[in-house]
Design a protein. Structure first.
Length: 293
């Protein structure tokens, strides 16, 4: 059947169908996402905080995003794969952006790229689109600017700030973005932007008025259980399940109830007899190990 086009989101918006996207950073997770039929995944630079243990997304490198994009592409047959342009890989010039995005697409085999920023980055988007690179925008709470924003703060909280966000969205649409993430903005502002833009909006912490939603894999599956920001819902408690499983495993290894012979491999009877004979002759022992053979 082949991979879905990024433009399928716009068709969904036109039909009034909502869609759910999710972040992904590895092969087994990508396979599950594809099985469920989620239309697209984002190899977000959130991999810095979720997988690599950084304090923010700022230290994430292009090499790290490429490294994590490859297995996600290998694990998906249907979902399109958007890879994040990390901090510092595109802001200095459109040429930098083209070089970095080209690496995400050639080495990582991403379908499209995402970058953060409003009207000021629109000329870069235009250049990327001109050379054939599909671009997802990202406005509102843009984590790469966390130091400039003074923390992970909700954006667009005044009428003037909301109008600026709307204008940013319009500029990115005019520049050729195929969709846009609205992160951490009040629900009425996100609903207004979603109504005014023809391209699909993808909300995270932006309320139900967006055309689609995106969640971070580790957040929604409860893999970092102490971290439950308001914009997230735990759809599973995977950390708890994994912790219980690890504790059971350790207990059973220590008390000897795992592994049993059900988890072991047999030796052919003739080989066993010969082994007994050889080791018995050589060492004087008549058996090998604690099992009753
Ligand atoms: O990096 C990321 O995961 C993101 C999503 C939160 C949209 O940018």
């Amino acid at each position: 059947m082949g991979r879905r086009s990024v433009h399928s989101l716009k068709a969904m918006k036109q039909r009034g169908e909502r869609f759910a996207l999710v972040t992904c950073y590895d092969y087994p997770s990508a396979r599950l996402i594809d099985e469920v039929g989620i239309p697209g995944v984002l190899v977000g630079d959130s991999l810095g905080t979720t997988v690599l243990g950084y304090q923010s997304t700022v230290p994430v490198t292009l090499e790290e995003v490429i490294h994590h994009t490859k297995p996600v592409v290998r694990g998906t047959e249907r979902a399109f794969v958007v890879a994040d342009l990390p901090f510092g890989s595109y802001q200095a010039s459109p040429d930098d952006a083209i070089r970095s995005a080209t690496r995400l697409m050639q080495e990582g085999e991403a379908t499209a790229v995402k970058l953060e920023g409003g009207a000021h980055i629109a000329s870069t988007v235009t250049r990327l689109v001109e050379v054939g690179i599909p671009v997802m925008g990202h406005i509102g709470l843009t984590p790469q600017s966390v130091n400039q924003l003074g923390g992970h703060r909700i954006q667009g909280k005044t009428a003037a700030a909301a109008v600026k966000l709307l204008n940013d969205g319009l500029a990115l649409e005019a520049a050729g973005c195929f969709s846009i993430v609205l992160e951490g903005i009040p629900a009425p502002v996100a609903a207004l932007i979603s109504e005014r833009l023809a391209m699909p909006t993808i909300g995270i912490g932006a309320g139900p008025g967006c055309d689609g939603q995106i969640q971070v894999w580790h957040d929604m599956l409860g893999l970092l259980p102490d971290f439950l920001p308001r914009h997230t819902k735990h759809y599973a408690a995977l950390a708890e399940g994994a912790r219980n499983a690890l504790a059971s495993y350790q207990r059973e290894v220590i008390d000897g109830s795992f592994p049993t012979l059900d988890h072991a491999f047999e030796l052919d009877q003739d080989a066993l007899e010969e082994l007994r004979h050889l080791t018995g002759e050589a060492t004087g022992v008549t058996g090998v190990g604690p099992f009753d053979w």
